[in-house]
Design a binder for this molecule. Sequence first.
Ligand SMILES: C[S@@+](CC[C@H](N)C(=O)[O-])C[C@H]1O[C@@H](n2cnc3c(N)ncnc32)[C@H](O)[C@@H]1O
Length: 281
Amino acid sequence: MTDTPDAPGPAGAAHEDPQQRIDTSRASSARLYDLYVGGKDHYGVDKDAGTRLAEAFRAEGAIQRIGTGARLFHDRAVRYAAEELGMDQYLDIGVGVPKEPNTHEIAQGLVPSSRVVYVDNDPIVLRHAEALLHSCPEGATDYADADLRRPDEVLSIARRTLAMDRPVALMLCSVLQFVPDDDEVRDVVSRYLVALAPGSCVIFSHVTDDFEPDAWRETERIYAEEGIAANVRPRAVIESFVAGLDLVDPGLVEVHTWRPDGTDLSTEHTHLYGAVGLKRP
Ligand SMILES: C[S@@+](CC[C@H](N)C(=O)[O-])C[C@H]1O[C@@H](n2cnc3c(N)ncnc32)[C@H](O)[C@@H]1O
C-alpha cells in the first residue's frame, strides 16, 4: 500500500483528513483484519504483527480461516436478513476496510431500495469509505467516522439515512471484542436495542477463546503491544451480550456452522460465535 493521500469524502461524517491520523508505526485492528481476509490496505507493521499472531496458533492458516469465516458469516447473515426477514435498512457498526461484497452490495442486490449506514473509528476505513458509498440509485448509503461506544452520536447520524421507526438490521460483526469491559458491551448493546423499532434484528459475531485459550491470550498480548485493547471471551459471556434477543435457528454457533451455504468449507474451528437475533416485541 502506498502512503498517497486519497481521502474520500463520505457523506454525513464530519471528519479530519484520515491521512493525518493513520499511525503507520503500529498495527490497527482494521488493517490486521484486512490482512487476514486477503486485502491490500495494510502496512509492514500489520504484516509483522500478523506473522507473530500466526505463530500463536497451532494450525497453519488459522488467522486467515478466522477472517474468512467472519466475513462469510457476514455475507450469509445479510442475505438471510434481506431474504428471510425482509430487512431493507442496515446499521453496520465496525464495518472494517471495504471488502466486496460489502453490506450494501448484498442487500441492494436483493432489495435495491435498501439503505445502509456504515460506522467505524479507524482512519484507514474512513480513507477507503468512498467504496461504501456507491449506492444503487434506488437506495442510499452513508459512512460515519464514529465510536460505537457512543450510541447517541451513532444513532443521531444513522437517523439521517435510516427511518428508525421501521425495522433496522443492527450489525455488530466481529467488533465487540474491541470493547474490553463486559458491562460496557452489555450497556452499549442495550442502548442500541432500545432505539430499534419492533421487527428489527441484530447480526452479531464475536471472537472466542473457547478452543485455543493460550493462542488467544498471546493474541491479546500482541494486540496490546500494538496499542489495541482486545478481550476474546468465552461462550457464556458472549451469550450474555445477545441475551435480550430471540435468536433464529441455529442460535449462537461457531460462524462456519451458521446456516452453511457451501461457501465456508472450514472443517476446523473458526473461533467466532455468530447469531442473528430478533428484537423482542
Ligand atoms: C475485525 S473488523 C470487522 C469487520 C467487519 N465487521 C466484518 O465482520 O467483516 C473490526 C472493525 O471494528 C472497528 N472498531 C473497533 N473498535 C471500534 C469502535 N469502538 N467503534 C467503531 N469501530 C470500531 C475496527 O476499526 C475494525 O474496522
